[in-house]
Design a protein around this ligand. Sequence first.
Ligand SMILES: Nc1ncnc2c1ncn2[C@@H]1O[C@H](COP(=O)(O)OP(=O)(O)O)[C@@H](O)[C@H]1O
Ligand SMILES: [Mg+2]
Length: 228
Amino acid sequence: MNTSEVLSAKAVDLFYGETPAVLNADISLGRGDIVAITGQSGSGKSSLLYCLAGVLPAARGEICFEGRSFSSLNDEELSAIRRERFGFVFQYGELLPELTVEENAALPLRLAGQRKSEALTAAGEVLGRLGLAELRQRRPSQVSGGQSQRVAVARALVHRPAIVFADEPTGSLDSGNAAAVLDEFLSLARSQGTAVVLVTHDTQVAARADHRYIMCDGVLTAQVREAS
Ligand SMILES: Nc1ncnc2c1ncn2[C@@H]1O[C@H](COP(=O)(O)OP(=O)(O)O)[C@@H](O)[C@H]1O
Ligand SMILES: [Mg+2]
């Protein structure tokens, strides 16, 4: 294994019943890499993302996290990796409405067994870096769309995961807000060495990544950066 490689997928297929959604996908992610996957709606981006994250099982091929193949792990080991080493951001934030902003952001630490006071302190630091210190005690219904995506970003990064999987993380925001949230997300990820797999149909968003792939009808292709 290349020691700087954090995730690798080789020849991955995913089907829904008889219908293929991902065909023969190869991808490799170095530590701290920011990788974007673009493509039209229905091309298989989300399906691939959830395969790479160990959420959907691949029908064929091999996915390794830090050199360990998902197929060699039992359910408990795989869910521990998802919970402790991965973070997730979705299109609409998907915050828990009953919890405050800081409790939402602290969730991964609480799930890992950290004491509430320590988890809230760590969450407060990340929220502060995203300009949300003043909103800590609010409920998700009391913050704007851009603010709730920032809370979702805080929750994805608070436990310093190896990889954040982000599925259209700015897809619910207007373009100005999307660019600002994405900048903050990627710079925070870079500052803590967290790799990001960023799924988006927005090529402007993808342009901020270190490496780009395009998905078309289930087929993933690496894009070579144009010489400038
Ligand atoms: N749960 C599912 N059951 C059956 N087909 C699905 C399911 N989820 C997605 N698909 C199909 O798989 C293909 C890829 O979908 P998806 O991965 O969601 O694409 P994207 O994220 O690029 O929009 C599409 O044809 C979609 O209709
Ligand atoms: Mg999708």
